[in-house]
Design a binder for this molecule. Structure first.
Ligand SMILES: [Zn+2]
Length: 483
């Protein structure tokens, strides 16, 4: 629990002049007063007495500790609520933070929300782009939660992990949620002629078993039944047999490393065509055969699921496919359906809320980066202009690994635009996508440092903007009340 005003005053007196205290962070734990403070050189953790495990510099009988991974570890030892934990039953929401300054805003967004937050969530690819590490992402989430005095529990998702070693490394750091991305082992059957698919199917080592178990059978789900034709089975098996083997390998390695349990998501969202219910059923059956317990599965949903803009497509078709995927997730788990690229999919949230009955996980990240840029556009227009120019320069390269429809010819013109109309760029879909995909280029360039400085100087504004925008996500998902 956060401390009383009196305790905050005591900590202020303890730490002395020259430091600003974050009042929500102040706590008393087993005789130690602790809190997050901000001095001339940035944020520090203050302890009223030296405690073993923490390292820092002595200060007025206490200790001023830098926000290092070692001190984060020591802090979760003292305040166990700050240790990432497994997802409880019910809906959950991933707040990816590309910059490393957003967690307090994310916590404010989920105040009063009936969804469990995942506060550390960056993929290996995103970290490569921003020059961050799994450890750094987790440390920022822990200190961000501490700053807000948040003790409601949170998850940590090692997102889109493609190597078993990366999953084990994340486990050693304290991650509890692992998103296995087997796409390097999947085959794009969509591009193969049927004869080739059939030939490849016949050469699978367990083609005979698959035929016996899948063909001529009805798989009864809550509303209806699914059947595989020879072609359906061949396509699903050729596409995903090696991917399943890889997921099983990662899962078993994690079981050995984390015998007390963890959350395991399978993500097949980054494919060219939507995941069919039959493909999902194949994955569910094969994973069950190997005793892999899923916490969630991320299919590729139909329609255009592009970064940082609303979904486009046929909502009737989406709802029908969602129901079919949910029937499988209920029968084989139940596990959650995970909506990736979940930022700003405002037209989908009500459908998800209505159909999934809490059996969902939504991942966002890019939208928080755009909220940060919105703050920069308001408080530091010249810096925002430089970010836009750099993002445009890098767009041909940065767009490559994303599905985007951004058209540079539709972009609002930057030159000659008055400062008070810069925000219009963040309301225009093409511009949003150009800005979104450049996050790595921007954060790794010298602009990244300036951006962090401006956001730190205007942190309350940054947190409130995040709370507003992500709060809107949670309201449309019907896990947060209006007002
Ligand atoms: Zn994904």
């Amino acid at each position: 629990m956060s401390a009383s005003a009196e305790e905050v005053g005591r900590l202020r007196a303890f730490v002395g002049e020259g430091f600003e205290v974050y009042p929500r962070s102040v706590q008393v734990c087993g005789g130690v007063r602790l809190g997050l403070v901000r001095g001339p050189e940035g944020k520090l953790l203050f302890l009223s007495i030296a405690v073993p495990g923490f390292s820092g510099s002595p200060h007025r009988g206490g200790l001023l500790c830098p926000l290092t991974p070692e001190n984060a570890q020591a802090l979760v030892g003292l305040v166990p609520e700050l240790r990432p934990r497994r997802l409880p039953p019910g809906p959950s929401f991933g707040f990816g933070d590309r910059i490393g300054l957003a967690t307090p805003g994310h916590i404010r967004a989920c105040a009063g929300a009936r969804a469990f937050p995942v506060l550390a969530q960056q993929s290996v690819r995103e970290n490569a782009r921003t020059g961050r590490t799994l450890e750094d992402v987790l440390v920022h989430a822990i200190f961000g939660a501490f700053q807000e005095g948040y003790q409601g529990g949170f998850g940590a998702d090692a997102d889109h992990v493609k190597e078993v070693e990366d999953a084990l490394h994340a486990a050693d750091l304290g991650y509890t949620f692992f998103t296995c991305d087997p796409s390097d082992h999947a085959v794009a059957v969509e591009r193969l002629p049927l004869a080739e698919v059939a030939k490849r199917f016949r050469s699978l080592p367990d083609a005979d078993r698959l035929r016996r178990e899948y063909l001529g059978r009805e798989f009864i789900l809550d509303k209806g039944a699914l059947r595989f034709t020879e072609e359906d089975l061949a396509r699903a098996a050729v596409k995903y047999s090696r991917a399943v083997a890889f997921a099983v390998e990662m899962y078993r390695a994690l079981v050995a490393r984390l015998p007390h349990g963890f959350d395991f998501e399978l993500s097949v969202d980054e494919t060219e065509t939507p995941t069919t219910p039959l493909e999902h059923l194949f994955l569910a059956l094969e994973l069950r055969r190997h005793d892999v317990a899923l916490a969630s599965l991320a299919p590729r949903f139909p329609g255009a699921m592009e970064k940082a803009v609303d979904w486009r497509g046929d909502p009737v078709h989406f709802r029908r496919e969602l129901r079919a995927h949910l029937a499988i997730a209920r029968a084989f788990g139940p596990y959650r359906l995970s909506l990736h690229s979940g930022s700003d999919k405002f037209s989908l949230y009500p459908i998800l809320a209505e159909e999934a009955d809490g059996l969902w996980h939504v991942k966002t990240a890019g939208t928080s980066y755009l909220v940060a840029l919105e703050v920069v556009a308001r408080v530091a227009p010249p810096l925002f202009r430089r970010v836009v120019r750099l993002s445009l320069d890098r767009f041909p390269e940065d767009r490559k690994s994303y599905h985007l429809s951004a058209d540079l010819r539709r972009l609002p013109v930057l030159e000659g635009r008055p400062d008070e109309r810069l925000l219009e760029l963040l309301a225009q879909n093409d511009a949003r996508q150009v800005l979104h995909v450049a996050f790595g280029s921007v954060l790794k360039s010298p602009l990244g440092e300036e951006l962090r400085r401006v956001l730190s100087e205007h942190e309350e504004e940054h947190y409130e903007a995040l709370a507003q925008h992500l709060g809107r996500h949670l309201k449309l998902l019907e896990v947060k009340d209006d007002g």
